[in-house]
Design a protein. Structure first.
Length: 167
């Protein structure tokens, strides 16, 4: 995996926004995930959050941003864009990202972290294998996790798990 040893202050700023979006998603009854698409100059092009509460489990923000980029960002610009996300892309989102031709992915929380947290809370595994991004899309540059955001992310996912078990 092509992970960077340290995240930049710009990376952390965008990742914090992703965590805010994840918090919004949780408050709205969705799973806590948020993502931001940034152009090569560092400007935010689009942001989104998880919208799966309605029953469509494909409404992940990473896939929504890839779809949006396919329609609104020139193909030659996409590889220089960065997607920031609160959680490492699932296989579906990693594939969508790669097929659209977007560039770097920076995530706050890893698939391994989320899998460990969920296991520790006694939750069942999801229906899709918890693969790292580069197992699905080997050429994508990735960075993460942001250890300084781990406690906050774990708490959001714990709240989600408790809500789901209670319902």
């Amino acid at each position: 995996m092509d992970e960077l040893p340290e995240l930049t202050s710009q990376d952390l700023t965008h990742l914090r926004r992703c965590v805010d979006l994840a918090r919004e998603a949780l408050a709205d009854g969705d799973e806590p995930f948020g993502s931001v698409l940034v152009d090569p100059q560092g400007a935010v092009l689009r942001e989104d959050r998880n919208r799966t509460a309605g029953g469509d489990q494909t409404r992940h923000p990473e896939l929504e941003l890839a779809r949006w980029a396919a329609a609104h960002v020139a193909p030659e610009v996409r590889p220089a864009c960065t997607v920031y996300t609160s959680g490492e892309h699932c296989p579906m989102c990693a594939a969508g990202h790669a097929w659209v031709g977007l560039g770097r992915i920076v995530y706050a929380g890893s698939t391994a972290q989320l899998t460990e947290w969920r296991h520790g809370w006694g939750l069942p595994a999801g229906p899709v294998a918890p693969l790292p991004i580069n197992d699905v899309a080997p050429g994508l540059p990735v960075a993460g996790p942001a250890l300084e955001l781990a406690d906050e992310l774990r708490e959001l996912h714990r709240q989600c798990a408790e809500r789901d078990v209670a319902s």
